[in-house]
Design a protein around this ligand. Structure first.
Ligand code: MG
Ligand code: MG
Length: 323
């Protein structure tokens, strides 16, 4: 069976007005949680088909649609990989430092690396080893660092800067440069961070379309209309893959099924798509069969960290937050 057909993207609600609508803090918390759970679920679901080709996935699963573990990492059912783990470590660093502190971020990543994670990307390993050698907090600039490893872990940075795009941009790049110092990585990471931020704050499609269009004017290579099925870990292909399935499906499940059945860097593309779609559609749109299989320890870490980040960085009540 083929992956589900891609349907036209239908905006769910009118765009926000220019008159600074109040933000419903309860709804924002809900969407933030949907985003973090979506990230972990995309990771756990996609890890099974990482590095496979679509034809291999069809031959083995028909349609890959359940969290079953396995894959090249031989994961147990419900386990997550570096994408979710690095986000959680980054979130811990942000909470401890009360903001962005690149040294604390690097130290957390080192602690994660020493805990022997199931996988670690080559660029990340090299950069962290250089940090251990000379303490550098900005990785060496390299044309070979255009992978999606800086983008996959951005969510806690976004959650700590939801109402301040300037801070979101600065913190996103600061954490990115600890391991990835590359213009394409920067551009793609910023696009994905801003779309996630807008999905959490508004939960509406119009701001996402507007933001995507304006990014494509600056970085035309990221336009998902150029997507031709390449779903590897190159940041340009990741952005195209994620946005193609997000903008051309109408619910969380279809978006994620489309992505993970494309193979390639399926866990990372699934995690990033889950982060945006989970925010946009909210946690109630995540299939219960997926939520029920997610590692309960990871689920509770996500619930706690989401609550702590929002409480620390956005303590205002509903009536106090206006955009
Ligand atoms: Mg991974
Ligand atoms: Mg991956």
């Amino acid at each position: 069976m083929d992956a589900p057909p891609v349907k036209g993207f239908v905006p769910r609600a009118p765009s926000p007005t220019q008159s600074s609508p109040p933000v419903d803090a309860g709804a924002v918390h809900d969407r933030a949680l949907g985003s973090y759970l979506g990230l972990a679920i995309g990771d756990a679901l996609g890890a099974t088909t990482e590095f496979m080709r679509p034809a291999e996935i069809r031959a083995k699963f028909g349609l890959h649609k359940n969290i079953v573990g396995g894959g090249w990492l031989r994961l147990r059912q419900g386990a997550v990989t570096d994408d979710t783990q690095m986000a959680l470590y980054l979130g811990e660093a942000i909470l401890e430092s009360n903001g962005m502190n690149a040294k604390n971020v690097a130290d957390k990543f080192i602690a994660w690396m020493r805990a022997k994670p199931p996988d670690i990307g080559g660029t990340i390993r090299r950069s962290l080893q250089m940090y251990l050698v000379d303490g550098r907090l900005v990785a060496e600039e390299s044309e070979y660092s255009a992978g999606n490893g800086a983008a996959m872990r951005i969510l806690p940075t976004v959650l700590a800067s939801l109402y301040d795009p300037g801070k979101m941009r600065a913190w996103t790049l600061e954490q990115a440069h600890v391991t990835h110092n590359n213009a394409e990585s920067d551009g793609g990471t910023l696009i994905l961070a801003e779309l996630t931020r807008l999905a959490i704050v508004y939960g509406q499609s119009a701001p996402l379309h507007t933001a995507a269009r304006s990014f494509f004017e600056i970085f035309p290579a990221f336009d998902h209309k150029l997507y031709k099925g390449d779903a590897d870990g190159y940041i340009v292909n990741t952005v195209r893959t994620v946005l193609h399935y997000f903008f051309n499906t109408r619910d969380f499940e279809s978006c994620l099924l489309g992505i993970v059945n494309q193979g390639g860097d399926a866990d990372t593309n699934g995690a990033i798509a889950g982060m945006i779609a989970g925010a946009f559609y909210g946690p109630s749109a995540i299939p219960t069969r997926w939520l029920a299989r997610l590692d309960p320890k990871v689920k509770s870490q996500i619930e706690n960290q989401t609550r702590e980040l929002l409480a620390k960085f956005h303590p205002a009540t509903n009536s106090e937050i206006f955009l």
